[in-house]
Design a binder for this molecule. Sequence first.
Ligand code: PGA
Length: 245
Amino acid sequence: MLAANWKMNLNLHEASELFDGFLETLPAQESNRYVIFAPYVFLPQLSLYNSSIELGAQNFYPAEKGAYTGEISISQLKELHVKAVLIGHSERRIHFSESNELIKQKVDCALAHEVKVVFCCGESLEIRDSNEHLHFINEQLKDSLFHVSKENILNCSIAYEPIWAIGTGRTASCEQIEEMHSSIRSSIANQYDQTTAQSVAILYGGSCNSKNAKDIFSCPNVDGGLIGGASLTTEEFSLIAHQLN
Ligand code: PGA
């Protein structure tokens, strides 16, 4: 699975061109799942393409409707053929003060509307340096994700994104990634069961690019990537896609 997180980048023309580029160059293997998390305002245009690339939204508010000025509901996104949502990204936790409780509500709301979830978790450098990273990520999962049913966890993917690696050009080493991903896999197995743990995709995100993707994707517990900066050009993103196992 490969997901692009365009964040607050591009204009409409650039977004359409990039989407066209992806359609032309991404390897069309049935086993590969591609999701593009585009800014809201590009979704109407991108939803006109009837493609195998899934459309995703970077955010939404977990209420059905009502007096929430400036917010977008999951039903509104579904009208635009949005199939997946990003929840718990560190930029939302940090810049928009999203709490574990709000993140939990978002998970429930998306799943209740049959929209797939990409649940992001990640630790700060301070937490890693104090060697608390495995425990911290396990708590993030327990606080906001592991309350869902076994049936529903299969509609979720988990993206491990160390905060210190996002947009910094500093990637986690393969040892660090594998240590965390296998710990996440064990946590899912403890909470649910081994078969379920094998079925949940665990993605890595944080300065992943065409040069390091091969090594990252070859870690046994890495099932794909969530790509920010390197998803903003066709060439770079498709080079990454060609390195998926
Ligand atoms: P990056 O962002 O690839 O630019 O580090 C990843 C993300 O924030 O999802």
